[in-house]
Design a protein around this ligand. Sequence first.
Ligand code: PGA
Ligand code: ZN
Length: 425
Amino acid sequence: TIAQVRGRRVWDSRGRPTVEVEVTLKCGVSGRAIAPAGASMGTGEAVDLRDGGDAFGGLDVNNALAGVNGEIASELRSMDAYAQSEVDTRLVQLDGTPNRSRLGGNAIVATSMAVLHAAAAASGQPLWRYLAGDGPVRTPLPEIQIFGGGAHAARRVDVQDFMVMCPAAANFGEALEWTAEVYRAAGALMKQAGRLQGVADEGGYWPAFDTNEEALETLTRAISDAGLRPGKDVGISLDIAASEFGCDGRYTLALDGRTLDTAQMIDMLGRWLDAYPILSIEDPLAEDDAAGFRQFTEMYGSRCQIIGDDFLVTNAERVKAAASAGALNAVLIKPNQAGTISEAHAALTAGKQAGFGTIVSARSGETEDVTIAHLAVGWNAGQLKVGSFSRSERMAKWNEVLRIEESLGRQALFSGWTALPFHGR
Ligand code: PGA
Ligand code: ZN
């Protein structure tokens, strides 16, 4: 039974204020979680409550904390922490807006996750095991950023994430080893070319490239330099985040100033798919380009994972609609985009029922909170996207999955190729 809910201000990986919530149960056990924050957000997602004004660029969270310590705390007191969906329904009803704007997506998601942690702690199990019950678990295929871009790197290149996936690795630990070698090799190539200029928001190298293609060439080269086979051992995964530079069927590329229509965007991405070992593309088109998504999926869905982030915003109804329209074959699951743990889980379930790939994902603004590592394993999501292979807010999640994999011991099964909706090769 929930005895106390307490909110406090902590700071995220961009040095911005965010909400931490601590839930204490009558038995004395407690759970804690921190809200992450996005930079390239879909218009359909839950919105954070920020104070505005001068302090910290208007991003302070005193109003969100007041809601946690006031209304939310009194509403949840005496509720059963094991009844996650009832708690989440209560939070949604208490807020009363379609996008969580009154109490704040940040206040609500941190509370929802803290209740989950408290319940797991009360059950005496690690969170991933509490979620999985007796069901099957696999460690996720990680999607790891090597170069940042887009809104996470001052639009230095158009593409937001240049990532790798290691589906041929024997286990999660080996996937990290391979990624570490690729990350090192990419750094060496950047240094050689006089282009090493630090890292972007999620820890990938700053994309000092003249074209998107140059980044793709360099990444492919880094995979071979690491002694791995591009497309066989290690593939490329891109987040185009096209809503950031496209709407109404027009896409304006920052690098060369060209404006493309939907057909030309699809054409360009198709050429990339032919030229580079790409296994996955997220948000290839803007969130308002439903027809484009259908066309792209029809053309390339049998050989490439096509993930909806801004287009689906972790919403079960949108996932079902996309599946029945033949748009996309994978869904990104960001708990703070949905608002609560139960809504995020519903979107994941809808994705699985549609045969979609499901990827639990961090945000560009993160913290030491490792909840998503547990969700990826406990929900048997198959894939996990956390950003790059540097900066401790990223490494904390990868390292947590290593611990989980170790505790699974010989039973540990790695998702690998099976996580991809086109069934790999
Ligand atoms: P965000 O971006 O967390 O900055 O919104 C991450 C993504 O687009 O996947
Ligand atoms: Zn995205």
